[in-house]
Design a protein around this ligand. Structure first.
Ligand SMILES: CC(C)(COP(=O)(O)OP(=O)(O)OC[C@H]1O[C@@H](n2cnc3c(N)ncnc32)[C@H](O)[C@@H]1OP(=O)(O)O)[C@@H](O)C(=O)NCCC(=O)NCCS
Length: 187
């Protein structure tokens, strides 16, 4: 679904604009995903695994817009894409379609300004207007910045999955599984 566009004041005084993606944002979203994959080990894909085409990404954006189980929020500073938060249904099956996965990423140049918090806050608020009941996520060990963000927002720890990721250097990272129960809001 689409959210009402909104603005958020960042710690350095700049204004962050939050809105849902349009198909024209597809290329910028792919560039963003590749850049973040270069900048941190804390996302699930390496850059060379992000092979989606602009057309495929544009089709996904149309799906986010049409679905009551999916929500995508983009954060812009001065018209440049700085961050993305995506909530996606885990499955279309009736037993599990109340469950969703959340992913969030902010480009390193914009870290610690409050964009992560702004994206998460908007996504959780809007999720309450949709059919999303439970939001689940996985955070790699060592990603204290993300862990703090999620804890502050009300996500609870469920457990630690050992050896969840095998990095290019052969080392392993476990991941914390965290869950958030969405408060229903009219809308
Ligand atoms: C995690 C991420 C989304 C945070 O985005 P951000 O815009 O920097 O987040 P914010 O500025 O809103 O907030 C960061 C919070 O991290 C916390 N934080 C920062 N450094 C920290 C540290 N070393 N230890 C613990 N908490 C820390 C603070 O609580 C801070 O909030 P505050 O300054 O308001 O108290 C961003 O760092 C990112 O995209 N990282 C790479 C991808 C990623 O890890 N995604 C999450 C996968 S689960």
């Amino acid at each position: 679904m689409k959210i009402e566009p909104r603005t958020w004041s960042l710690k350095d005084g700049r204004i962050c604009c939050l809105r849902s993606p349009e198909p024209d944002d597809a290329e910028a979203m792919i560039r963003h995903a590749r850049r973040v994959a270069d900048e941190t080990e804390f996302v699930s894909a390496y850059r060379d695994e992000i092979n989606i085409t602009t057309e495929e990404q544009a089709a996904l954006i149309e799906q986010y817009t049409a679905s009551v189980y999916q929500l995508c929020v983009l954060a812009f500073i001065d018209d440049a894409l700085a961050g993305i938060c995506l909530i996606q249904g885990k499955s279309g099956r009736r037993k599990s379609r109340h469950r969703t996965d959340l992913g969030i990423s902010v480009q390193k140049a914009y870290w610690s300004l409050g964009i992560g918090r702004a994206l998460l806050s908007a996504a959780l608020e809007e999720a309450g207007k949709l059919e999303i009941e439970q939001i689940e996520l996985a955070v790699y060990e060592g990603n204290e910045r993300a862990r703090q963000l999620y804890k502050d927002a009300g996500f609870l720890d469920v457990g630690l999955l050992p050896r969840a990721a095998r990095l290019a250097d052969g080392s392993y990272l476990g991941e914390y599984i965290m869950v958030f129960n969405v408060q229903r809001r009219g809308g």
